[in-house]
Design a protein around this ligand. Sequence first.
Ligand SMILES: [Zn+2]
Length: 292
Amino acid sequence: MIASTAALARHGREHGYAVPAVNVLDDLSLRAVVAAAVHLQAPLIVQLSVKTVRSTGTELLTSMFRYATRDLTVPVALHLDHCPDRSVIDEVVAAGWSSVLFDASDRDLVTAERETAEVVAQAHAAGLDVESEIENIVGVEDGVGSDVALHAYSVEQLAEVADRTGADLLAPQLGTAHGEYRARPVLLPERVRELAALTDRPIVLHGGTGLSADDFAAFIAAGVSKINISTAVKVAYMRAAAAHLDVARERDKWDPPSMFRDVAAAVEGAIVPLVEQFGAAGHARGVARAVR
Ligand SMILES: [Zn+2]
């Protein structure tokens, strides 16, 4: 069952947990992340970057997702992460994904609002939800983004723009960044609380990798109900592959399927504790009933 991203996040907000939104890179990481959600009976949002869409292709990714989630009782949504490129949005809308993040944070406010409204109209007509980002979340992820804050607005402006565009989920700047943290970030759970007081739209936390269980708890208590995880998957994936290759070189034994098993186990092992920290474990049945 392909779930609605906004419906999952709304259920999270109503029940005090955050839905894990995990970026995958290929079928191996996709199946590992789905296995973690099934193991914990948690709702899940699978995300793909524009870079992955460009390298693998929308058609193959859509087929992989449908195959990996067939016959599941756990609701799983398919989401396009940070996309400033309208032509890629056209493709995934046509392919019937759950949602897109239209990243208009590189545009000025007037242009960002106008284009977001256009994407929302297009997506809603096809049954997709839209996550909206007009302030930029710092850090470059898969070639998208900037290391400096270019656009920043008040929470009142964010809520008003969301009302005018009809966006379903909001991705404000909350002090987090993409990639690995080199210094302790200044986190802004208070900003979530202020925005949540102005709008019922689910609020999304980006740059989740590297935050503590207490950080997640503070954001969820303030109203965050979708938390994005990407770097943790990449790190678990590559470290497991590197460790496997060290042993392969030592023994001069070269067997790709056994490396795939190691990588899948590492990715699942990295995601399970995060899903638990987000409070999402055990909610699959309740959310499936609520969104049907
Ligand atoms: Zn992000």
